[in-house]
Design a protein around this ligand. Structure first.
Ligand code: SF4
Length: 494
């Protein structure tokens, strides 16, 4: 039976419990509708509770409540059906179990998916980051706002609900100079699924995982200083992306490895970061980076259209260009390429999709340099062109995915004495190398082989594992020379 809590402030007004801190009563206790009963929210840090403690909690509920302990979507627990005169006993029981923290609904009670603790799809340590953010906010009670949320996933799959958080993050691994990988956190802003709000968070900037707690503090401090009477959710909803970029720029940069090696480690890990993925354990299944980029394009386009409606011509144009960039990025992911900026992205798109008749050409308005003084007609034309481009590419991907295949670019050495094709992937990142080998295998028959030259480090650690997960067989993995590179031979599975 659903638990029905009263949302009327008056039903709780004046509720005091002798010997119990008022703060706990006002934050953790909720009247249930229609009965003289109360529900008590119990903060469970990161949703982890030891079996012994859970046993004792059930016992507490049996003795002083209705024997009813429920889980909540935000990783906490609720003891339901408690009479008013039993509230002090419940409080004492929770205190003894170390569970009487009243800050159940504060932003410092961060939600996170299991991430690297158990999930092999995880790109970064979601629980590690959540713990650090909570720690930082514990020391800043003036920023520990109620009614907003921070939610973190270790990858874009969103088991940690980052898409419906006031401040959300999902993990990404990026390549820095020297071929090293760095854990990053993709920021998502102003989503919501509480209090009658249903809103997808908008994609924002990426910050280094090690700097993400400071980025959160910066956003909260800015809201405190500039938000006036606006709630944090409303403030972030209306904070222009350009301002977010400016505010968080210091947290998006990664110094050299020599200068700051800690930035190259994930939270809670002593070794350098390695984004290797394997078989996942959770419902998230497979991360579809292409689909994700196209969804970003749709959301950004929606924003561009809204800005046109509000007559913000320049911001509308910025968003329209951004939407087109997301489409190019979808194409890049699909071809196992990484982004190197607008001009390089355009060239890669042209290389892989330029001759693909199923896909539209990039509108000339998007190719020309941005103009300083954007007029209404220019803005309208650009948003319309970007819209047509985004929608046409998305339609092909959704309804005729086989037509979204990248052109088979000949960068392998075949023929001559070679019995099997060779892909020289030295210098490619792990994900890039994996996609390239995968695309090549798609052209082969089951049982045929391909050889790939891959870098030591991340590609060596994760490409063979990911290919095995896909059902292929690794028949050779040998170091070349001084083991800076490896020769990997893969036999296509059935
Ligand atoms: S698949 Fe789910 S549980 Fe695993 S890291 Fe991604 S979001 Fe977290």
């Amino acid at each position: 039976m659903p638990l029905r809590l009263s949302t009327e402030k008056s039903t709780k007004a004046g509720l005091t419990v002798p010997g119990v801190p008022l703060e706990w009563v006002s934050e953790a206790v909720e009247p249930q509708i229609g009965k003289d009963l109360y529900a008590v929210r119990v903060k469970i840090v990161l949703g982890d509770i030891h079996a012994d403690v859970l046993d004792k909690l059930l016992d507490l509920s049996d003795r002083h409540g209705g024997g009813d302990v429920r889980t909540t979507p935000d990783q906490n627990l609720v003891l339901a059906g408690i009479r008013r005169q039993e509230l002090s006993n419940v409080y004492e029981g929770l205190l003894a179990l170390g569970l009487a923290d009243s800050r159940v609904e504060r932003i410092s009670n961060v939600l996170a998916c299991p991430g690297r603790s158990t999930c092999n799809l995880s790109l970064t340590s979601s629980k590690g980051l959540a713990t650090e953010i909570s720690k930082v906010l514990d020391g800043r009670p003036e920023l520990d706002v109620k009614g907003s949320s921070i939610k973190i996933s270790g990858c874009p799959n969103s088991c940690g609900q980052h898409h419906i958080a006031t401040i959300g993050f999902h993990g990404v691994g990026l390549r820095a100079g020297g071929g090293r990988s760095v854990p990053f956190a993709q920021l998502m802003l102003a989503g919501g699924a509480e209090n009658g709000i249903r809103r997808m968070a908008r994609r924002s900037v990426r910050v280094a995982a090690k700097k993400a707690p400071q980025a959160v503090v910066k956003l909260l401090e800015t809201w405190k200083a500039e938000g006036g009477t606006a709630t944090l959710d409303d403030f972030l909803l209306n904070l222009p992306d350009s301002r977010v970029k400016e505010l968080l720029a210091p947290y998006s940069e990664v110094p050299s490895y020599e200068k700051e090696p800690e930035a190259f480690k994930d939270w809670g890990e002593s070794d350098d970061y390695n984004p290797a993925m394997g078989q996942g354990e959770c419902a998230g299944g497979v991360t579809d980076l292409v689909n994700e980029a196209l969804q970003d394009a749709e959301n950004t386009l929606k924003m561009a259209r809204e800005l046109i409606r509000q007559s913000f011509w320049k911001d509308a144009v910025t968003n329209a260009r951004e939407a087109a960039t997301h489409v190019l990025r979808a194409g890049l992911s699909n071809a196992g390429e990484v982004s190197n900026g607008w001009a390089a992205d355009l060239a890669v798109w042209e290389k892989f999709y330029g001759s693909n008749e199923a896909l539209p050409g990039i509108p000339p308005t998007l190719l020309s340099a941005p103009v300083a003084d954007v007029t209404e007609s220019v803005a309208r034309e650009l948003v319309a062109d970007a819209g047509a481009f985004v929608e046409a590419v998305t339609d092909v991907y959704r309804w005729k995915p086989e037509r979204f295949k990248p052109a088979a670019v000949v960068d392998s050495q075949e023929g001559g004495d070679r019995k099997i094709p060779l892909l020289d992937l030295r210098g490619s990142g792990a994900n890039q190398a994996f996609v390239k080998v995968k695309l090549k295998l798609e052209l082969l028959e089951a049982g045929q082989e391909v050889e790939a030259l891959i870098d030591a480090g991340d590609p060596f650690r994760s490409v063979p594992a990911s290919l095995r997960t896909e059902g292929h067989e690794i028949t050779q993995l040998e170091p070349i020379g001084n083991a800076e590179h490896y020769s990997l031979i893969v036999r296509k599975g059935k």
